[in-house]
Write a protein that binds this ligand. Structure first.
Ligand code: G3P
Length: 217
């Protein structure tokens, strides 16, 4: 499973990237706003840092302007993936840009039918939003399962990029189902290391190290 980090914060990306935890990055207008940075500048910095795909999202809602914005974003670096919303115009932009050989991430996916359309329009990645479905008492993981089934039934190569991940359980469940990629905030990825028995076990070892005065260096 590939790990993308869902942020435009350079320091957080660098910390995880140095540990080999970053296979790519996803950004969106809300994350760019949160960073307080210019979209082109910050996206270039991320692309310089990370070897894998970096999703940068268009701002327009009509296909022609999305395509023009996508082409401008693609000039930033070779590892740009253009992110478009799952609307009819977004699908048109997806088809045009993917036909030209560019990577496209279709975002704001909330149904398997939408994912099917994105795959047919040549999407490289489909981004189903798990957390936002859970927020309205629907089952985000069920959507990941449905898309996995539909794509596998027909051999679609579009990668399932599980997004809107809010907890470590979302990551584990996505891995169990076989999502190709998860994108998660840095804090959620880092929280995967936590386990109370690890803390308890380490405390016991530390007590014994002290009691027996065990020294290596
Ligand atoms: O990449 C977009 C997605 O991950 C958004 O997450 O938490 O704003 O629903 P969230």
């Amino acid at each position: 499973m590939k790990f993308f980090v869902d942020t435009a914060e350079i320091d957080a990306i660098a910390e995880l990237n140095n540990l080999g935890m970053v296979d790519g990055v996803t950004t969106n207008p809300s994350l760019i706003k949160k960073s307080g940075r210019d979209i082109i500048e910050v996206t270039k910095e991320i692309c310089d840092l990370v070897a894998g795909p970096v999703s940068a999202e268009v701002t327009a809602v009509d296909a022609d302007t999305m395509i023009a914005e996508g082409r401008k974003l693609l000039e930033i670096a070779e590892n740009i993936t253009v992110k478009v919303p799952l609307t009819w115009d977004g699908l048109k932009a997806c088809k045009t840009l993917s036909d030209e050989g560019h990577k496209v991430n279709v975002t704001l996916c909330f149904s398997a039918n939408q994912a099917l359309l994105a795959a047919k329009a040549g999407a490289t990645f489909i981004s189903p939003f798990i957390g936002r479905l859970d927020d309205i008492n629907l089952d985000g993981m069920e959507l990941i399962e449905d898309i996995r089934t539909v794509y596998d039934n027909y051999g679609f190569e579009t990668e399932i990029l599980a997004a809107s991940i809010r907890s470590v359980n979302h990551i584990l469940d996505s891995a169990r189902i076989g999502a190709d990629v998860i994108t998660a905030p840095p804090a959620v990825i880092k929280a995967m290391v936590n386990h109370p028995l690890t803390d308890k076990g380490l405390d016991a070892f530390l007590a014994d190290i002290k009691a027996a005065d065990i020294k290596i260096l």
